[in-house]
Design a protein around this ligand. Structure first.
Ligand code: TXE
Length: 479
């Protein structure tokens, strides 16, 4: 079976007729091919988007909203089919795709369908000067959306929905590692009545297809989620062209546990924040800091709880942790375990590749806990993006705050404490775009989402996303 590009409302082959193998991570087999799209395909997608723009940007908000709500409903109606596709493509457990990925993709369309009807702009009366200013928020035109493999349809739709709600037309590229649900979205958009050309989906490699989107002189804004190194490259390419950029990049998030927290709740959530989606979420709490007085107890209980996390085939009901997304990624993550050992880290649990009977060539790995001798070692500083967490004790608030902030990333932080004053002090000082207190990955789509430092630039979510995808224009009228 071949995946095709979705351009101008039609499924089409790449112009060069070149294809890339797509692997099923649960068994290591190639199960379909995807277009290796070139600059010419991107140009075609751009032209289609450009020709749809004048009409779509003038479509009433009510009508845009109605179509997007229909997309949202159709995603829900296709929940099983989409979840199966996501699980097969990515290796994540089927239950997770059903409970999180696909429902969230539907919510993304529903949320922005509603948000656009409430999006208002400012006006300023220039008192004493007989003038009034108002701000027009106009769509940018054709925008580019590039998404990664860890939460495929979830993150793809998180970008596309605000872009089209704001009246833009889109050239989008999902990750070449997980293209399937983006491919299926084409049909859903057609059925929902999204006009041809409003959304165009091109498949292919980052360095060629993705690069062609970023380099395109008339694609005026780029919304990207992926690795920090890729983000740097995109910023370098886009900056001289003065494109608007939203970059959601890596994380190395601290999970800070004080002795006064609700222990059971913390323990349960910490297993999840460490290993959900095989640890392949930019928000995972990959550096665990535990107050010294409960460190030994936590070590025992956490290791115990993690050892009960069943690694298995994504479709098996009892599976908690599925396959990693690809062979190179599995190798990268395993290599970090070796690095940890060389640096004096102690593997408290896991650390090895796993073979699952009947699926011997799948990319499975044990959930891994590494006790590190120092917060400065590489496994504590670099993003691993797999089922690996580090743990170490701390003695004071000042000490843990310093360690938490001493990384180049600043996406999210989690804090476990029942001390209100400490919560306030620490939330103010943690260098992160998001701080969760006594919870993890609790999302309200109205809130700003994004990171500081090397975790990116800009914010997604709520009106922040609608602001990103519009150009403000001040109009000053003297009367
Ligand atoms: O991501 P890439 P990769 C981190 C994680 C992971 C590392 C690399 O640490 O190990 O990044 O992962 C497209 N111009 N995260 O290599 O390459 C690419 O095709 C335009 C964190 O898989 O950044 C894909 O669609 N586009 C992360 C998307 O960028 C380019 C999620 C992301 O791929 C491009 C994933 C280019 N020059 C990985 N090069 C998170 N923050 O959630 C690549 N792409």
């Amino acid at each position: 079976m071949n995946i095709q590009n979705y351009i101008n409302g039609q499924y089409v082959n790449p112009i060069n007729n070149e294809w890339i193998d797509n692997y099923n991570p649960s068994n290591g087999e190639v199960y379909c091919q995807i277009p290796n799209s070139s600059k010419e395909d991107v140009e075609q997608a751009y032209k289609s988007a450009q020709s749809a723009f004048s009409k779509w940007s003038q479509t009433t908000l009510e009508e845009r909203s109605r179509i997007m709500l229909r997309v949202s409903e159709l995603i829900e109606e296709n929940l099983d089919r989409l979840a199966e596709a996501e699980s097969k493509d990515n290796g994540k457990p089927l239950w997770l795709a059903k409970a999180v990925d696909i429902p969230r993709a539907s919510s993304n369309f529903r949320f922005f369908a509603n948000a656009i009807t409430q999006f208002a702009s400012e006006s300023h009366e220039s008192v004493g000067q007989n003038a009034i200013n108002y701000t027009l928020r106009q769509p940018i035109g054709v925008v580019g959306c590039i998404s990664p493999w860890n939460l495929p349809l979830y993150l793809f739709s998180w970008k596309i929905a605000p872009a089209i709600a704001a009246g833009n037309c889109v050239v989008a590229k999902p990750s070449e590692v997980t293209p399937m649900t983006a491919y299926l979205l084409g049909d859903i958009c057609t059925e929902a009545g999204l006009p041809k050309g409003v959304l165009n989906i091109v498949h292919g490699l980052g360095t060629s297809t993705g690069q062609a989107i970023v380099e395109h002189p008339n694609i005026k804004a780029i919304s990207f989620t992926g690795g920090t190194a890729t983000g740097t490259h995109i910023a370098r390419t886009a900056a001289p062209m003065f494109k608007k950029l939203s970059l959601e990049l890596g994380g190395k998030n601290p999970n800070i546990i004080f002795a006064d927290c609700d222990y059971e709740d913390m323990l349960k959530t910490t297993v999840r924040s460490s290993f959900a989606n095989q640890g392949q979420i930019c928000l995972c709490g990959s550096r665990i800091f535990v107050e010294a007085s409960i460190y030994e107890q936590f070590k025992t209980d956490f290791t115990n709880a993690v050892s009960k996390q069943k690694v298995g085939h994504p479709l098996a009901e009892e599976t908690k942790i599925g396959a990693l997304v690809s062979k190179p990624h599995l190798e990268k993550v395993l290599n970090y375990v070796e690095i940890a050992k060389e640096e004096g880290g102690k593997v408290l649990h896991g650390g090895n590749q796993l073979t699952i009977e009947g699926h011997e060539n799948g990319y499975y790995m044990e959930p891994t806990i590494i006790e590190v001798p120092s917060d400065e070692c590489r496994v504590n500083q670099e993003e691993i993006f797999g089922p690996v967490v580090t743990i170490m004790p701390f003695n004071s608030e000042e000490e843990v705050l310093e360690m938490a902030n001493k990384v180049k990333y600043g996406l999210s932080a989690t804090l476990w404490t029942n001390d209100l004053k400490r919560t306030m002090r620490m939330s103010n000082k943690l260098q992160a775009g998001i701080v969760w207190v006594n919870t993890w990955l609790m999302r309200d789509l109205r809130t700003p989402f994004g990171g500081v430092k090397d975790s990116g630039v800009g914010r997604e979510g709520g009106f922040e996303a609608l602001r990103f995808f519009t150009e403000p224009k001040n109009v000053c009228i003297k009367y």
